[in-house]
Design a protein around this ligand. Sequence first.
Ligand SMILES: N[C@@H](CCC(=O)N[C@@H](CS)C(=O)NCC(=O)O)C(=O)O
Length: 218
Amino acid sequence: MSDPGLALYVDAFYISPYAFSAFVALREKGLTFEARVVPLQDKAQQRPDYRDGSLTARVPSLVHGDFWLSESSAIGEYLEDVFPPPGHAALYPRDPRGRARARQVQGWLRSDLGALREERPTTTMFYQRADRPLSSAGRAAAEKLVRVTERLLADGAEHLFGAWSIADADLAFMLQRLLRNDESVPARVRAYVERQWRRPAVREWDERQRIPLVPYEG
Ligand SMILES: N[C@@H](CCC(=O)N[C@@H](CS)C(=O)NCC(=O)O)C(=O)O
């Protein structure tokens, strides 16, 4: 395939769930791209060259030729439009209801479960495990996450919506906040997460060499 002229800006520690989602989307599509690091710990997202390209001064951003795009779910949808199946792997279900449900899951994961995100930040997945139990709010968020997963995942199903979709990667990432911190999770949900985690794109993100963590806000 000719070089599609793609680059993805990611955080320096590879802990951003949103950069993860865009990274997996590109890899699952089989696209060649350059990964570029934005050191959020140095507030590099505020530097004019990045801030003005991304518009939002957040990570991730996709660059395709002279087109910049931030917001991870917008990146997934753009890639699906510009590099569609069957020439490239599908990121979303084809049928309107499955597709809508996948977008619903993505929107929900990006806007809810704040206590869980706060008490089990992604640093606890890739660096240091959590050292205190979940609060009642954290526990409630964890239970909601598991309940929604159990409702969506049919018995014996490998993925949420028949074939794999990017919503599976996003949901498994959120659930790993529980698994990696030894929270109890039903066996069926655990098996689902472990299955998602065996995908080469996910493993590449998970297993990469990480630089020492420097704590930062945001
Ligand atoms: N809704 C956005 C969230 C992006 C986001 O929150 N990125 C964080 C890193 S995980 C960030 O750039 N933080 C730095 C900042 O907001 O200044 C997406 O899905 O891409």
